[in-house]
Design a protein around this ligand. Sequence first.
Ligand code: ATP
Ligand code: MG
Length: 225
Amino acid sequence: MDKIIKAVKLGYTYQSQYQRTRALLDVTCSFERGKMYAVTGKSGSGKSTFLSLLAGLDVPTEGNLYIDGKEIREIDRDRYRMNHVSVIYQAFHLFPLLTVLENVMFPLQLKHVSKKEAKARALEFLGKVGLTDTLYKKMPNMISGGEQQRVAIARAMAVGGQILLADEPTGNLDSQNEQVIVELLCRMAHEENYAVIVVTHNEQVAGAADVVCRMMDGVLEVVRE
Ligand SMILES: Nc1ncnc2c1ncn2[C@@H]1O[C@H](COP(=O)(O)OP(=O)(O)OP(=O)(O)O)[C@@H](O)[C@H]1O
Ligand SMILES: [Mg+2]
């Protein structure tokens, strides 16, 4: 079994000058490559916080998180974010001054993939998310919310790696495009051998997942396996 992610008594507390919020309490779980996981749960239950720990954006305040056997505090998190994990954010975070095509190419070029190869890969994944080439030269503010979301998805998928995290990736899509994205996420798990973890309220996404978990007040439980 390839348990690429293992969390042991994982906790996270947001600490500001005035208050502490224990967003994640005691999460013990593991995730394998080749599977798609859905994480459901009420607003404020800790789902995005959990993803940001998995993404290496925040360090846990309690417990341990192991990525491929190594504790997250001991790995080079910049390298981890560049090479091993891709994130589709709840807000898309497209680069406003880059075209659609350049947005997808950019992370590849950061990794020193040649321009030609970056372009080929970007075109491949833009096609896979169902975006046509009339959009590729446009800036993000010239395309619809659902199209922006698909650019963000193409960008995350094009970079490669072992772990794909997505926070409500189908939130702005109609049911036809939702279906396209659900199928792509499944293929990333089953054919490209990613561990795919998707935060979702969407029944269709959860239904397609191999494992469904629920976050409740900072505690994660498996609902269906
Ligand atoms: N930057 C922050 N500073 C302080 N508290 C925060 C911060 N971000 C989130 N929280 C709090 O942590 C808890 C968990 O938030 P989180 O964003 O993980 O929830 P969520 O399950 O992703 O919710 P949603 O479904 O609305 O996106 C909430 O009580 C939230 O108010
Ligand atoms: Mg959230």
